[in-house]
Design a binder for this molecule. Structure first.
Ligand SMILES: [Zn+2]
Length: 260
């Protein structure tokens, strides 16, 4: 796991699995942990990473309900999890899904984990809205389209955008079963002014981006989505894994052939 400081109040840790990012944000003596690393050793060391940086984690946030972003409680078992109302609805509609998918990942990769995932009490946050932290607040923006749910967090005093599974330098836009191309495009347009104002953008997967680089990915992704199902893969994201995501995107955006 890599950890980088973006601001005195913002540290980002990146998992060795899927390059999933975890953002620690602090104000006035309290800190939140947004999303999570994936592997057991990373989750075990995360409290020490936070401690050493002087971040006292009192709460967890998740950008969306996909299992690989929901593991914060394995690092901070006493903290409660706050999510967008859309994410709370998805978690309630799919009870146990995250824990089951985590088990499937662990089985596939021969990962031993000391304890199973229990999300505990989940707090639904109004989005768009604000979430108080210390003397500051996070601005929460809807971010759906990759999935049916989600939010992005704008850390205004640090000019950092934590956007969930959008604007990734390693993953093309992924239309999951609950996702939609139109919603995805609307989310990118909503995020655009924040990206333009951002010093750094933290994507759900991959390296932290400077604002200008994130803006370039945003344009590339809008272009890709607009051209689906006939889109070409962006130049830097053409690995076999990305081609597999692309094939699913094509299926989801192709109209069924007319019959009769
Ligand atoms: Zn993800």
């Amino acid at each position: 796991m890599r950890a980088v400081g973006l601001h005195e109040d913002v540290v980002v840790a990146t998992s060795r699995a899927y390059q999933t990012t975890c953002t620690l944000v602090r104000s006035g003596g309290e800190a939140f942990c947004i999303d999570s690393p994936v592997l057991p050793d990373e989750l075990e060391i995360l409290p020490a990473v936070a401690d050493q940086a002087g971040f006292t984690v009192v709460g967890l946030l998740a950008t969306h309900a996909d299992w690989d972003h929901l593991l914060g409680r394995l690092a901070f078992p006493a903290a409660s999890l706050g999510v967008a109302e859309t994410t709370a609805a998805r978690l309630a509609a799919e009870p146990g899904a995250a824990a089951r998918e985590l088990r499937e990942f662990d089985d596939e990769h021969y990962v031993d984990r000391p304890s199973p995932l229990a999300l505990g009490q989940v707090q639904a946050l109004p989005v768009p809205g604000h979430c108080e932290i210390g003397d500051e607040e996070l601005a929460l923006h809807p971010a759906d389209g990759h999935t049916a749910d989600g939010m992005a967090a704008w850390i205004g005093w640090a000019n950092v955008l934590v956007c969930g599974d959008y604007l990734s330098p390693v993953e093309i836009p992924m239309l999951s079963p609950g996702g939609s191309r139109d919603a995805y495009i609307a989310t990118l347009r909503r995020l655009e002014p924040l990206v333009d104002a951002a010093a750094y953008v933290v994507p759900g997967h991959g390296d932290v981006l400077e604002g200008a680089r994130a803006a370039a990915i945003l344009r590339e992704d809008l272009n890709y989505l607009a051209k689906l199902p006939d889109a070409e893969l962006p130049m830097a994201r053409r690995s076999p894994a990305q081609r597999a995501i692309h094939a699913e995107n094509v299926k989801r955006t192709s109209h069924p052939p007319r019959t009769g």
